[in-house]
Design a protein around this ligand. Structure first.
Ligand code: A3P
Length: 295
């Protein structure tokens, strides 16, 4: 692989006012022009909401619970990451274009930046949302290990940036609200990480209904087994271990880190929590969205 160290830890660049990874911003014309298909399925999330988890579940559903088939390639190849852009690798758009339908894709773009074609073609979308506090903590650890991001700074510094929306893909608050709005006029299934933790079977059944697919009880059991945190953590095709340390240093923090709800309590001080809650009420006022920060 070519030396790409000069492309790491770059400053974010705004795309229509939303801070974006520079390489993605540079490739915006290609991303914006992505051509969707009605039978595409897109998993949309704010980073760290459980994208990989739902990706693995959906791939298992598409492959009738055949775990070996789902190990045919790494998760970031089985689903095209639409806005992904990195030198020496096919872009997410190229990856999507090379896929045979029904195509699977993922995106972290806020709703207003999703390429128009996905709205026009009415492609189905699963949006996964996770509470703001656990998202902030998970994203901080991810920033430290995934060097396509700018340096996160200390936790207190990072938390301020998160609250200000000065992180890759912008404001968590705008993201979850923007996609929630879109559920009114587009086939979007909006699911919560906390609900999946609470009752994965119920949530997988929900996904199956949305996808208009049925599986036997035996296949359902397999899907639940192979997409558990422990299984995915040790599965090299799901745990991002195929990505070189230069890009994602799992010695700093593993991709499959803790996989729980409520880890924020180990990071937030009492003062940080009070400030966060106060700011949260302001930013989320007027929205009917409700999140759980503990189970
Ligand atoms: P933590 O950092 O809190 O552990 P994404 O895939 O959107 O980047 O999200 C990554 C987060 O989802 C990480 O959270 C990761 O551990 C968690 N995760 C991944 N697979 C999971 C699973 N099968 N069950 C529960 N959590 C999972």
């Amino acid at each position: 692989m070519e030396d790409t160290t000069h492309l790491l830890r770059l400053k974010l660049v705004p795309v229509q006012g939303v801070p974006m990874l520079k390489l993605t911003a540079d490739n915006w014309p290609e991303i914006e022009a992505t051509q969707a298909r009605p039978d595409d399925l897109i998993i949309a999330t704010y980073p760290k909401a459980g994208t990989t988890w739902v990706s693995e579940i959906v791939d298992m559903i598409y492959n009738s619970g055949d775990a070996e088939k789902c190990k045919r390639d790494a998760i970031h190849v089985r689903l095209a990451f639409i806005e992904a852009t990195f030198p020496g690798l096919p872009t997410g758009v190229q990856q999507l274009n090379a896929m045979k339908p029904p195509r699977l894709g993922k995106t972290h773009l806020p709703a207003q930046l999703l390429p128009q074609s996905f709205w026009d073609k009415k492609s189905k979308i699963i949006y996964v949302a996770r509470n703001a506090k656990d998202s902030a903590v998970s994203y901080f650890h991810f920033y430290k290990m995934a060097k396509v991001h700018p340096e996160p700074g200390t936790w207190p510094e990072y938390l301020e940036k998160f609250m200000a929306g000065d992180v890759a893909f912008g404001s968590w608050y705008d993201h979850v609200k923007g996609w929630w709005q879109k559920t009114r006029d587009h086939p979007i299934l909006y699911v919560f990480y906390e609900d999946m933790k609470e009752d994965p079977r119920r949530e997988v059944l929900k996904l199956l209904r949305f996808l208009e697919r049925e599986v036997s009880d035996e296949v359902l059991e397999k899907i639940l087994h192979y997409t558990s945190f422990q299984e995915m953590k040790s599965n090299p095709m799901a745990n991002y271990r195929t990505i070189p340390d230069e890009l994602m240093d799992q010695n700093v923090s593993p991709f499959m880190r803790k996989g729980i709800t409520g880890d924020w309590k180990n990071m937030f001080t009492v003062a940080q929590n009070e400030k966060f809650d106060e700011d949260y009420v302001r930013k989320m006022s007027g929205s009917t969205l409700q999140f759980r920060t503990e189970l």
